[in-house]
Design a protein around this ligand. Structure first.
Ligand SMILES: [Zn+2]
Length: 326
């Protein structure tokens, strides 16, 4: 899909959805959708998830890939606070460009230990000009020199922009995108920071080659999709993937979860990106990762409680986050 379509679907326009669309009877969030976001609420429990014998122990999880700065400005605080009240221990706030990096740095300062920022340049958009690119890299280095916690991301390759251009018979020059990703991989290696990647299908193979060239070992392929060979390649390198709420209805994602080692999986929403299935018409929120946990548990044949604990441990290990269960 085009950058425009991508941004529109991702909600970059900031257009709020109808409030009534959130509260659907019969969905897991129906009972809490009407509550004030400021009021602390009881987190969900293993008992509430239908796991026998483990009632009242809170389940916690994380959203390992959220575009929190793409929500309306006055919506971000309530969105995060409600998520934290519902058992989301951390969100990784990925960036689109330098302005987005700055907004996420501010949110990370406001919610230390809970909002973990990732700084980069999203690949499904035009490339930065030389001056903008230098300013972005200098700014990231300054965060490193200040000793701040962060990862590199969202960075990667423009699969959807490229394939849409090629499908329409237009030439697409991927080389400058490869060069920028190569520079981010080099930076991640130099600063010893984990990297959050947008690289799907054959682009994941290209990204793997770049990571290898720079000796980057801590890589997270967000919302990963790919061939059997690429899945095997990522697993062999011990790279992490993350799963979105589409695990509810996408057979390929369910099969990926079945095959991928549990200890290398994280949960995410890529919010405000909207989902279908039981989430159609609802605003994407970080606490939707609770449903992702339940689907992964069912596919892996494990309890929701042990799955939540494992997935949270993975995210904390990968991003270097602290927590009582970590
Ligand atoms: Zn993203």
């Amino acid at each position: 899909m085009s950058v425009k379509a991508y941004e529109e679907k991702a909600g970059a326009s900031g257009k709020p959805q109808a409030a009534g669309a959130e509260a659907r009877p019969g969905t897991p969030e129906a009972g809490v959708a009407a509550a004030s976001p400021k009021k602390p609420e009881k987190p969900e429990t293993a008992g509430a998830s239908g796991v026998p014998g483990v009632a009242e122990r809170p389940l916690v999880w994380m959203d390992a890939h959220l575009h929190v700065d793409l929500y309306d400005e006055d919506e971000r605080g309530p969105l995060l606070e409600r998520a934290f009240a519902h058992g989301v221990a951390h969100v990784v706030a990925v960036s689109m460009d330098l302005a987005s990096c700055m907004r996420n740095a501010e949110l990370a300062r406001r919610y230390p230990g809970r909002v973990h920022p990732a700084y980069g340049w999203h690949p499904e958009q035009p490339l930065p000009d030389a001056e903008t690119e230098e300013r972005l890299f200098a700014w990231i280095r300054a965060r490193h020199n200040a000793g701040e916690p962060f990862a590199i991301g969202e960075v990667g390759l423009p699969y959807y922009t490229r394939t849409e251009a090629e499908g329409g018979g237009r030439r697409f020059d991927e080389a400058p995108y490869i060069r920028l990703l190569d520079r981010f991989a080099a930076l991640a290696a130099e600063l010893d920071r984990p990297i959050a990647l947008h690289a799907v299908y054959e682009d994941a193979d290209k990204a793997c080659a770049l990571l290898e060239r720079h000796g980057v070992r801590r890589a997270h392929f967000h919302w990963f999709k790919g061939s059997d060979e690429t899945i095997a390649l990522l697993a062999a390198r011990r790279f992490y993937i993350s799963v979105t709420p589409d695990v509810e209805y996408e057979p390929d994602i369910r099969e990926l979860v079945r095959r991928y080692p549990l200890e290398l999986i994280m949960t995410e929403t890529d919010g405000p990106w909207p989902f279908e299935g039981s989430m159609a018409g609802r605003k994407t929120r970080p606490e939707m990762t609770a449903d992702v946990v339940r689907h992964i548990a069912a596919i892996k044949g494990l309890s929701a409680e042990e799955t939540a604990a494992a997935l949270l441990r993975n995210g904390r290990r990968f991003y270097g986050l602290e927590g009582a269960d970590g």
